[in-house]
Design a binder for this molecule. Structure first.
Ligand code: ZN
Length: 415
């Protein structure tokens, strides 16, 4: 299956979420971070040392669990002659499964970014911070600060600002010189302003389009009013970048220090960027829906039809959608149907009943998570898939009022 970046990221997030909820009853969960160039035999000998040390653990249960986990890790390592390109992380330990019971579980993760340093960590929960950092660190933001005389363009990565371009203009001040007609002067001034905005746009395009689009999270613009608003509404940026503008801020400086001033003002906005973008998508969906433009669709059946037609621009999926899509077949006459059921009911509990054609018993031949099912159709059709959390009102509405599945369409299909 072709997987989009958004989908991979979603899966990675889900995996981290699942790992975060696992706890040991003592200090007995082991996290092993192995960089690509680390020799496996060195790790094995270190683990054997840890195994020896574990015999000093006082609690019998913890001791048994730790040595059990180390043995399990050692046998896993035999299957890995060399860590993959980004390295590998192995989580292993006796996980508390309630009712006074534990279960020895192992998780092997190939991270999306290279592991820098080797880590052996034993605690009552798994060590996830290095993986969680990968989720954030890749993000880049474009920063532009401008007035009519000067502009600076920078890139924000993590907490680091890289100033990338600085421009100045010859836009004359508001005061005209003697002998010039007021009307002519205003005209020339507007032309000069427009030219300057165009140059800023071109310079910003050069910087921001060089960043891998999937890492470019958004753009913030700072400056005095109405300059920044004019630049925003005049659409001087490439249309793909124009869509990524998140917000505008009042900033006094427009040289390099203005970039830092803008960054300081972002504050919580950066934390909330994902939610802001999700909100924007939901607002667009609601606008199309309320305006009855025919450019919105919701509910599994309608959205699926639109997806298959290639008419979906953006697929909106609630990240709390928990459903599976079953393929049910009759072994006798070959009758086949597809059915979506909620995940609480696992496919093992689900009774497909009898064939409506011939009366024989039906069998489940395939079961797939609905998110995988819909996003793989979306990937084939060049549709953008966005996962929407239910932490905000419209996101919660997507889950409760629209079945967790909605779409913004490229054209009206009447479906
Ligand atoms: Zn049949």
């Amino acid at each position: 299956m072709v997987e989009s970046e958004a989908h991979k990221k979603y899966e990675f997030k889900r995996t981290l979420e699942a790992l975060r909820n696992k706890h040991g009853r003592g200090t007995e969960l082991i996290s092993l971070y192995i960089p690509h160039d680390k020799q496996i035999h060195e790790i094995s000998s270190q683990l054997r040392e840890e195994f020896g040390q574990a015999s000093n653990i006082k609690s019998r249960v913890t001791r048994q669990n730790v040595t059990g986990a180390i043995e399990s890790l050692l046998s896993r390592l035999k299957l890995i002659p060399k860590a993959p390109e980004n390295g590998v992380v192995i989580f292993c330990g006796a996980v508390d499964i309630g009712a006074n019971k534990t279960d020895m579980e192992t998780f092997i993760i190939e991270p999306p970014e290279p592991i820098i340093s080797y880590k052996y960590h034993c605690d009552s929960s798994f060590l996830l911070i290095p993986l969680e950092d990968m989720l954030h660190e890749k993000k880049s933001y474009g920063l532009i600060v401008l007035d009519r005389r000067e502009a600076s363009i920078g890139l924000l990565r993590g907490k680091h600002i890289e100033p990338m371009a600085h421009l100045t203009s010859m836009v004359p001040g508001k005061q005209r010189k003697g002998g010039q007609s007021s009307h002519r002067f205003q005209q020339l001034r507007l032309i000069a302003i427009n030219e300057f905005y165009t140059r800023i746009g071109e310079a910003a395009n050069g910087v921001f389009l060089a960043v891998d689009p999937k890492d470019m999270e958004g753009i913030f613009i700072g400056g005095p009013s109405p300059t920044k608003e004019e630049f925003h509404s005049g659409e001087y940026l490439h249309h793909e970048l124009q869509k990524k503008i998140i917000d505008l801020y009042d900033v006094a400086y427009t040289d390099e220090s203005g970039l830092y001033e803008l960054f300081d003002k972002l504050g919580d906005a950066l934390q909330n960027v994902e939610v802001i973008q999700e909100k924007k998508y939901m607002e667009r969906f609601m606008k199309e829906l309320v305006g009855d433009s025919g450019l919105s669709s919701y509910g599994e059946e309608q959205v699926r039809k639109n997806l298959q037609m290639g008419s979906v621009d953006t697929l909106l999926l609630s990240d709390e959608l928990r459903k599976i899509r079953l393929t049910i077949k009759c072994g006798n006459c070959g009758y086949e149907e597809k059915k979506t059921i909620t995940k609480k009911l696992s496919d093992e509990d689900y009774q497909p009943g009898n064939c409506t054609k011939c009366g024989s018993g039906l069998n489940i031949t395939e079961s797939i998570d609905i998110i995988d099912d819909l996003s793989s159709i979306a990937d084939q059709m060049g549709t953008n898939t966005v996962f929407i959390s239910s932490d905000f009102e419209e996101g919660n509405q997507l889950l409760t009022a629209f079945g967790g599945i909605a779409a913004i369409l490229r054209f009206n299909t009447g479906i």
